[in-house]
Design a protein around this ligand. Structure first.
Ligand SMILES: [Zn+2]
Length: 486
């Protein structure tokens, strides 16, 4: 990309909160279902219906704010954002304008190579989601009957968190890394499912270009309609290239909203700033202001779980785990917590990571049971690691034991004891197996002596088999080699 310019990117996210009920009524908050079955007079905006705020939603927003180190003001309020839109039956949305629940804060994120970065947040506020319209038919909508729109109000009134970042991101890759970190954190907090494919996480990006090193901001465009993290990255890079080309040719960027076209890989103009709405915000007269007590805020702060970014930093800097493995370990909060317990008991982080992300994750995928919920307790896995570390069993036996532990076999040390699976490290015993195998395969030995060194693997395999898999493989290798060259 052109080094004379740098991109200035800010991301705005909408996240549906995982509450039992909607924001201002008792309707169930759940994805999907038959259209218009989770509705009531309040979320349908019937005249005279009054909103009652959902305490759980307010707590989730405050918890998210605290997790990112935001300030939780002593006073906050709801405002009406007025606009006419078919999927907004009240003709206004209850949102927060000048006094949000959380101000500032920082999202710590990391790039693929493990480099830690930070992006400050402007604010986090609470609002209600709109309904959902589906446009069908083939016409342009101007001729009756040629096309039509359907509206489903199940989503209307679902609690929605809006999280706005400062324009501190510099590339599509940084924006995605920021979003990944935001998503993992909200998941760990239990704030949301954060599933882009189900619409519980939606995001827009503001992109502008300026001469590299300049402190001034260029004219920005807002990109919408990005349906995956991959499209966020592609859309930002495409928009960055488009703006640089215009500026390089002496042109001018128009402030506007642009839609991302996934198929053609380009952004296109949706509406210019001149058409921008004036929402005529005013304080919501049906709701009293929010004054979260300090005690309640501190209680929420004390209840915060270990955050994925904290885990990642600890794994990479203190435990020496590679960036890729550490990212996989913090992906699911329960997996990270499980890994922490295994490390605490085994004191061998690398081996714990190998087992958790290797054999255990494979078994989890095959059976559909999460590692943390499996029959393999962290203590038993640590015991298995201890047996390998002490060379009591070899890796082949460890793998077999793990599969049996997954099926509920319990303590690996007990199985080893009971079934005599301990590794044979006695050179005398192994030498006897070697002797036996070499005299049983004189032709193979002859081949080796004739220079075919690759038959060595076969002989080692035969010795392992003769020891019923229990011989120390390193010792077997060494003894077979010595014997053959004597
Ligand atoms: Zn309702």
């Amino acid at each position: 990309m052109n080094a004379r310019y740098e991109a200035v990117i800010g991301v705005e996210c909408h996240v549906e909160l995982k509450t039992k009920t909607k924001m201002f009524c008792g309707c169930v908050n759940a994805f999907g279902g038959e259209p218009n079955t989770k509705i009531c007079p309040v979320c349908l905006g019937m005249p005279g219906a009054l909103p009652v705020p959902n305490a759980q939603a307010i707590e989730l927003i405050i918890a998210a704010g605290l997790a990112f180190g935001a300030e939780i003001p002593a006073f906050s309020k709801f405002d009406r954002k007025n606009y006419f839109y078919p999927d907004m039956p009240k003709d206004y949305q209850i949102s927060q304008y000048d006094m949000p629940l959380a101000i500032g804060g920082t999202v710590k994120y990391w790039l693929e190579d493990g480099t830690m970065r930070e992006c400050r947040l402007t604010r986090i506020h609470l609002e209600e989601d709109t309904g959902k319209s589906t446009h069908a038919g083939s016409g342009d909508g101007r001729i009756a009957g040629s096309s039509y729109s359907l509206v489903d109000f199940n989503r209307a009134g679902v609690p929605l968190m809006e999280c706005v970042s400062e324009p501190e991101l510099r590339s599509g890759a940084e924006a995605v890394a920021y979003l990944e970190s935001l998503r993992r954190t909200l998941l760990a907090l239990g704030v949301s499912d954060v599933k882009m494919e189900e619409g519980s996480l939606r995001c827009d990006a503001n992109v502008s270009i300026r001469p590299a090193g300049s402190a001034e901001l260029g004219t920005k465009t807002e990109i919408k309609n990005m349906n995956s993290f991959r499209s966020v990255e592609r859309a930002i890079e495409s928009e960055r290239a488009r703006q640089i080309e215009i500026l390089s040719n002496g042109g001018r960027i128009v402030q506007e909203t642009r839609g991302w076209d996934e198929v053609n890989g380009v952004t296109h103009s949706m509406r210019s700033k001149e058409e921008a709405h004036d929402y005529r915000y005013f304080p919501e007269p049906d709701l009293v202001p929010l004054e979260p007590s300090r005690a309640a805020v501190e209680r929420l702060r004390a209840a915060l779980p270990v955050l994925p970014a904290q885990r990642f930093e600890r794994y990479t800097s203190q435990l020496g785990i590679g960036s890729k493995q550490a990212t996989q370990l913090v992906e699911t909060p329960s997996l990270g917590a499980y890994f922490d317990r295994v490390v605490a008991c085994s004191n061998n982080a690398q081996q714990a990571s190998n087992f958790v992300l290797g054999d255990l994750s494979r078994l989890a995928n095959e059976t559909g049971v999460a590692v943390a919920e499996s029959a393999v307790s962290a203590e038993h896995l640590a015991e298995l690691i201890g047996l390998v570390d002490a060379k009591r069993i070899n890796s082949k036996i460890a793998k077999e034991l793990l599969a049996r532990m997954w099926d509920g076999a319990g303590s690996p040390a007990a199985i080893v004891e009971r079934e005599g699976l301990a590794q044979t490290t006695d050179p005398g015993a192994i030498a006897a197996f070697v002797e036996e195998v070499l005299s049983a395969h004189p032709s193979v030995v002859a081949e080796f002596k004739a220079g075919k060194s690759n038959v060595m693997g076969f002989l080692v395999g035969q010795v392992m088999k003769a020891s019923r898999g229990k011989a120390d493989p390193a010792l077997v290798n060494e003894l077979v080699r010595t014997k053959l060259s004597s």
